[in-house]
Design a protein around this ligand. Structure first.
Ligand code: ATR
Length: 289
């Protein structure tokens, strides 16, 4: 059903998602039907990989043209690139790799685009925004967490002109990220007392609240009233305790699922060079999640 192609031939472009474990990945269920829907002659496989460098040297066939990267290989993947997009380099992790026509492997991080696009859309909708620039420009953007996801969000927000605050459990790690993006650092445990202004944006990039620990939240509810929009990178469950309490506190919320959908659009376009069939992909995810 998943690989239901009329014809796999010499010019079929092979793609895959590199991870370990990989059985849970939704990506093959997304890209295979999406490729087919636009008539793109491509296939997308789940690739259970221990060593990225061994894998890439073994499967160096020109038929392999694009990879997605997932846990735990986003950092190793970056080390195996011939070229790295500047933002992925700054983040220190890749989410996707494309083989260029000259055979060179170029790494990108599109997690950042997925999240930031979703947050910008959320701000535009919540405020009836009509300006032409980014609604993040000049805004105070607080990111909780300084791991791979935290870095991507901090760099992305900075790119859009936001003033970034990094709130991490391990303060030193947050301070390093804050320094790299020209922002401010704070210990996560102190964030409840941090409210220099109203209308800030809050993004959760910690794993706090993810299944099975759905009763946890990274910040007390009382502190949420200072934020105009709250984003959670967690998408299992869709409505985290953080987002539910943010809604109760009157903030607009952006679900982690939006980040997943947006990064899928960007990756699809990187893989195929064609516009993503957005409505089709949204419907696929709605029936597959
Ligand atoms: P990812 O790639 O998903 O960002 P990661 O690199 O392991 O994953 O980063 C996890 C983030 O969640 C870190 O910022 C981590 O904080 P520390 O730097 O202090 O480890 C944060 N985190 C994980 N568990 C946490 C907890 N129980 N409370 C607060 N923060 C937590």
């Amino acid at each position: 059903e998943l690989y239901n192609f009329r014809h796999i031939g010499a010019d079929t472009k092979v793609h895959g998602v590199i991870g370990n474990p990989i059985g849970h990945s939704k990506s093959p269920h997304l890209y295979n039907p999406a490729f087919k829907s636009v008539g793109f002659n491509g296939i997308y496989l789940p690739l259970l990989v221990d060593s990225v460098s061994n894998f890439l040297s073994t499967f160096s066939s020109p038929d392999f043209v694009g990879y997605s990267y997932t846990i735990p290989h986003k950092v190793d993947g970056l080390r195996c690139c011939d070229e790295v997009d500047p933002i992925a380099k700054a983040i220190g992790a890749i989410s996707c790799m494309i083989k260029k026509p000259d055979g060179k492997l170029k790494g990108y991080n599109v997690d950042y685009l997925g999240a930031i696009t979703a947050i910008e859309e959320g701000l535009r909708e919540s405020k009836g925004w009509s300006g032409s620039g980014s609604p993040l420009a000049g805004k105070l953007f607080v990111v909780m967490g300084a791991g791979g996801a935290g870095k991507a969000l901090a760099y992305g927000a900075k790119e859009k002109g936001a003033r970034v605050v990094v709130a991490n459990r391990t303060y030193e790690k947050g301070r390093e990220l804050a320094r790299n993006v020209g922002g401010q650092a704070i210990a996560l445990s102190d964030l409840k007392d941090f409210h220099p202004e109203q209308g800030m944006v809050l993004a959760n990039a910690t794993s706090v609240g993810m299944k099975p620990n759905i009763h946890l939240t990274p910040i007390p509810k009382e502190a949420l009233k200072h934020y105009s929009l709250v984003f959670d990178a967690i998408y299992t469950p869709k409505l985290t305790r953080l987002l539910r309490e943010s809604q109760e506190a009157g903030a607009a919320v952006v679900y982690g699922t939006e980040m997943f959908i947006n990064q899928a659009f960007v990756q699809f376009e990187n893989f195929t060079g064609l516009p993503a069939p957005k409505q089709f992909i949204r419907e696929l995810l709605a029936t597959n999640t």
